[in-house]
Ligand binder design. Structure first.
Ligand code: NAD
Ligand code: IPM
Ligand code: MN
Length: 369
């Protein structure tokens, strides 16, 4: 059949709760909008450890490679906090990124008009914000060798991680950033710490050279990562597309999420290399984690997961209209005043995960009538 293959990996904590709301939307799109998906659901993270003894099975990696797109929830469970590093739930997402070569993580931070007051920053600072952080996700200090914890002869321990970037690794992620800038506001800010790190110096040189060779129509600037963190809070709208390495991108995107009101609002897409027949592996996930502090209580904001699915429809399934329908429904629901706890004003009675998901689906139905 010509049904697209979607691999759904809910994971741990709030992952399954927010994924459930997306699957209701998928079901309706199948009935009402002719979107035919062949959905496979698998365990990852602590949920997989509990049943299979590993954070992700090789079989699930294979399914991810065969799928047209992967929709990921979140992994991480305090119950597994003390096991060996290679057995932790987080290995599931790290292996998926690495084995599918998902090197470019697109993390848009967009402020919905209705939420300008939900940010901890002043409304005038965040109103209209629409930036994109492009985070490299298969290199840098997350994967560099050597790594590990070793015991020295005198009994002292030494924990080691190594920041490594090569020319092609920098070039391919910078290319994604420049291409995105061309359809955004045509500006890229490249972020590293070239003042202390050779990998950062190389990063800056490679981005500068690529820009001169192929993207001189795009405005390029450079910023040190510590300054960038400060500038994101001081005046976030000075940015358009930010491109940076794995660790800085992780930190700066959590920071950027609070500009939008909540970590529970930010979706992401992680794209792999283009393969034969123009096919490209891609995984979609909220930037938040499993939120153990609120898991199982119907408190989580499902919008980051729902908006991640909208990105999936847009980038992997060429369904712009359905993606826009979801985003419009989310925007209208927020305009109507409905809030989960993370984005509710003090004194306002919030709704739960299910009610927020149901409201988005109902609004989608209203919009197509
Ligand atoms: P977290 O993102 O899970 O939570 C941080 C804070 O934000 C918590 O107070 C949480 O309640 C809140 N929050 C997060 N998502 C929310 C949502 N949708 N609605 C409302 N509130 C939300 O980060 P953490 O607590 O540092 O990490 C918990 C676990 O998640 C760890 O095991 C970590 O490794 C893992 N993690 C996984 C991913 C992933 O799967 N990609 C991402 C980040 C963290
Ligand atoms: C994220 C998470 C992951 C990361 C963890 C869970 C490995 O924080 O997706 O942002 O650090 O990349
Ligand atoms: Mn993170």
């Amino acid at each position: 059949s010509d049904a697209k293959k979607l691999l759904a990996l809910p994971g741990d904590g709030i992952g399954p709760e927010v994924m459930r709301e997306v699957l209701k939307i998928v079901h309706w799109l199948g009935q009402a909008r002719d979107l035919h998906l062949e959905i496979t659901e698998e365990l990852v993270g602590g949920a997989s450890l509990a049943v299979h003894g590993v954070p992700i099975r090789d079989e699930v990696i294979s399914l991810a490679k065969e799928a047209d797109a992967v929709l990921f929830g979140s992994v991480g469970d305090p119950a597994w906090a003390h096991v060996d590093f290679d057995k932790r739930p987080e290995v599931a997402i790290l292996r998926l990124r690495q084995e599918l070569e998902l090197f470019a993580n697109l993390r848009p931070a967009k402020v919905f008009d209705a939420l300008v007051d939900a940010s901890t920053l002043k409304p005038d600072v965040v109103r209209g914000l629409d930036i994109m952080i492009v985070r490299e996700t298969v290199g840098g200090v997350y994967f560099g060798q050597p790594r590990g914890i070793e015991t020295l002869p005198d009994g002292t321990k030494r924990g080691v991680n190594t920041e490594v970037y090569t020319t092609p690794e920098i070039e391919r992620v910078a290319r994604v950033a420049f291409e995105l800038a061309r359809v955004q506001d045509n500006r890229v800010c490249s972020v590293e710490k070239c003042n202390v790190m050779e990998s950062g110096l190389l990063w800056k040189q490679v981005v500068t050279d690529l820009h001169a060779r192929e993207y001189s129509d795009v405005q390029l600037s450079h910023m040190l990562a510590d300054n960038c963190a400060m500038q994101l809070v001081r005046n976030p709208r000075q940015f358009d597309v930010i491109v940076t390495g794995n660790l800085f991108g992780d930190i700066l995107s959590d920071l950027a999420s609070m500009l939008t009101g909540s970590l529970g609002m930010l979706p992401s897409a992680t794209l792999g290399t283009v393969q034969a027949a123009g096919k490209r592996h891609a995984l979609y996930e909220p930037i938040h984690g499993s939120a153990p502090d609120i898991a199982g209580k119907n408190l989580a904001n499902p919008l980051a997961q729902i908006l991640s699915f909208a990105m999936l429809l847009r980038y992997s399934f060429n369904r712009e209209e359905d993606a826009a329908l979801i985003e419009k429904a989310v925007s209208n629901v927020l305009d109507s005043g409905l809030r989960t706890a993370d984005i509710a004003a003090p004194g306002f009675t919030p709704v739960g995960t299910e009610a927020m998901g149901a409201a988005v689906l109902q609004e989608m139905k209203n919009l197509v009538q």
